[in-house]
Design a protein around this ligand. Structure first.
Ligand code: GLV
Length: 389
């Protein structure tokens, strides 16, 4: 990795240069106008921190817990589809970087490396993210596979019964692996590192699905797979059924509304994730950080509240914690690192976020992440309610 990298934005720029366009675009897109995708980051910028001086800044700690699991900082790796297409063996590399950093890694159902493959190639347990599909036997088998692999939490995604349209994926003809069209071949010719990595691995399609699900016609295409397989009839009864089937720690992902948060709290799940799926589902929805305080205030005493969406720095992490999140999940930030430099790039991403979080906490006058409250923010309600920056 080059010495000049000092921020998550630097990693994004490098990832853009190194990852084939269809996969970079898949990651860096929101649905329709991308308004919610942009709001996720823009709304963080509007929240301002209170600088404090002449306080003891020695012996700081970011150590905390997420769903009862010790974490070296309140950050986990979010489940992201097609991670193994940002870099060869991407899920295994990111899981290893997360384990070394002392934070949880979440494997997506739509991953390239399978549950078993990640378990065999890492030495720390990870979390598994589940989509609810029409084929209940397939879901039950996935749950069984996650249990057998020793996964320590199940992250059940509730906001993708149907897929939000991302224009770029249609225009790029997104598929896994890419089809050998002229446009793709020309683009791939400019990504020699990526190609070399892919030539050196056998992991090039949806590892959890191929060979495990029956009747899937087009396994290369995420959009046809979701249209065919994801269950548009998902209900809170299904959530309870999955909770019972899994029997372990359950995290409900994709909660943005207070009424849904109340329902989530009633299920007995350990945690919910305030999330709009990175702005990739309901375009026009509120940003995650603006949604967080209301939900944390409503249910935070009954269920652990986590959040994702728009985290690009340690400053963002501390703002989310100040507004009621026990911890956050990062998606694009780690994918930038992965695309930029594989495992070392993810480690660099986590190091950047950890250092920013630690320095920011100190300059806000605190030494322990557990002491972070709304008190570190300038006029919290007003700064959230002001118009566009
Ligand atoms: C899948 O989770 C996606 O957002 O593409």
């Amino acid at each position: 990795m080059t010495k000049a990298i000092t921020s998550i934005e630097d990693l994004r720029v490098l990832a853009k240069a190194r990852v084939p366009r269809m996969f970079y675009d898949y990651m860096e897109s929101g649905s329709y106008t991308e308004g919610t995708f942009r709001a996720n980051t823009a709304d963080f910028e509007r929240i301002k921190l209170r600088q404090r001086v002449a306080v003891d800044m020695t012996n700081r700690t970011l150590a905390s817990t997420m769903v009862g699991q010790k974490v070296s900082m309140p950050v986990a790796i979010a489940p992201t589809g097609l991670t193994g297409m940002q870099h060869a063996d991407g899920e295994i590399l990111a899981a290893r970087a997360a384990a070394r950093a002392g934070i949880p890694f979440t494997l997506s159902t739509m991953s390239v490396c399978s549950i078993e493959d990640v378990a065999q190639n890492t030495d720390q347990p990870f979390w598994f993210q589940l989509y609810v599909m029409r084929d209940r036997d397939f879901i039950d088998r996935l749950i069984g596979r996650a249990k057998a692999a020793g996964c320590t939490a199940l992250v059940l995604t509730l906001d993708l019964q149907i897929l939000g349209q991302r224009h770029k994926d249609i225009k790029n003809g997104l598929s896994t692996p890419p089809k050998p069209t002229l446009a793709n071949l020309i683009n791939l010719a400019t990504k020699p590192r990526w190609c070399l990595g892919m030539l050196g691995t056998k992991r090039r399609t949806f590892g959890n699905i191929v060979g495990h699900a029956t009747g899937v016609k087009d396994v290369r295409s995420l959009s046809s797979w979701t249209a065919e397989q994801f269950d548009p009839k998902l209900s809170w009864d299904d959530v309870r059924r999955i909770r019972d089937k899994w029997g372990g720690k359950l995290i409900l992902k994709g909660i943005l509304d207070q009424e849904d948060a109340e329902r989530a709290a009633e299920t007995g799940a350990e945690a919910l994730i305030v999330s709009n799926h990175g702005g990739r589902q309901l375009d026009g929805a509120l940003s995650s950080i603006v949604s967080l305080p209301t939900i944390a205030a409503a249910v935070g005493d009954r269920i652990e509240v986590l959040m994702d969406g728009g985290i690009r720095s340690g400053q963002d992490v501390i703002k989310a914690v100040a507004l009621g999140a026990r911890g956050v999940l990062i998606g694009r930030a780690f994918l930038y690192g992965l695309g930029a430099g594989g495992e070392a790039g993810v480690t660099q991403c986590l190091d950047i976020i950890r250092k920013e979080l630690d320095t920011t906490m100190a300059m806000c006058g605190l030494r322990d992440i557990h002491a972070v409250t709304r008190d570190i923010l300038v006029d919290p309600p007003q700064s959230l309610n002001r118009g566009p920056a």
